[in-house]
Design a protein around this ligand. Sequence first.
Ligand code: ZN
Length: 452
Amino acid sequence: MPTLLVKNIHTLATMDDDRQEIRHAALFVRDNVIEQVGATADLPDTADEVLDLRDRYVVLPGLVNTHHHFYQTLTRVVPAAQNCDLFNWLQSLYPIWANLTPEAIYISAQMAAVELIRSGCTTASDHLYIFPNGSTLDDEIRGVQEVGLRFHASRGSMSVGESQGGLPPDSVVEREADILKDSQRLIEQYHDNDRHAMLRITLAPCSPFTVSQDLMRESAAMARSYPGIRLHTHLAENKSDVEYSLATFGMTPGDYAESVGWVGSDVWHAHCVQLDDRAIQQFGRTGTGVAHCPCSNMRLASGLAPIRKMLNHKVPVGLGVDGSASNDTSNMINEARTAFLMARVRELDAAAMTAREALEIGTRGGAKVLGRDDIGYLAPGMSADFIAINLDRPEFAGALHDPIAAMIFCQVNTVDYSFINGRKVVDQGRVTTIELETLVEKHNRLAYQLMG
Ligand code: ZN
């Protein structure tokens, strides 16, 4: 099994249980797993591959993205949807998304995965809930596997169209029996519940205004009949979402989630901007997770999620860049920085979130939300997922008193090195697994085609 030594790290933020930060540090990796973490002087001095960081780089665990819609990279900045709130934004985009093809799903997944990797993400969950023209989740999985991102693929779904009181046009919804059948197929074909798994499946009916309560209950029952299958959906994203829930189900979003069995440590909900205090307490008690997507929430004017309150109530919180068409980027470091700034504005308190807390929800928090005990921090026995950033960048000039906090306080957009499962996927700022220029060209061609 090949070994890798990363040595002379300026500062290694392990994010481990003691939040150790080690100066002049090193990591020793065997195959895809971290074997030793410590001072360079205390670790082996050779390996099959040695990366000497010359005391000029910080190293951190890779960031974990807990909510996204990769296909939306094709519909960024669509003029008709630039200044809309959630429901109008969706209604402007559904007819365009109805033109998606298997190739569009495949190429957009690669584009989003590359963008995430370049910005420090090493594990992502994606929520694909629209399958027009023969598209399947397999198209996305194939794309992401080729890029080398650790992946939690969510089998999303929409079953309640406009004629049944839902938001999407009838042409883009599926029959519930077909959704459940395909969900089972995907679990049995792809889900890997082993430690260090590169691919897991999640069941993810899209939102209260696109699926029935029956589908929510049946999806939960199916997920819970397999080991390690988690549940994910959108909840309490904005005021209209809450009003829909009250008008249609006679329940708040929190009560709705509980009524369909969607609370518990195997569930995480995206957004929760408008979640009430009672539901926050319940999420904390039950270990129900939240994917916090501050850029999207501000972009769509959904509001500022009460993240400080959630953290105080021990709600598991991870970060999500959300779909590329409501952000409109897939930059994980930027999302952590935005979460840090947003929490301070929401609470009007400059101590509402520290830089290290922002990094913590982006790493350990995301791992917990995705149910992983093998990623999120760097320690012996953990997956070899880590990033390195050069301190000689102009962004860090004058900030080296605390280079770890500088990751958040200063605007850093890309990483210099990234390793996922022990494999070097970014080398001196370049993605190693795919030819980026060709990908961008194909992606732009498909984006034009999609607009018709
Ligand atoms: Zn979303």
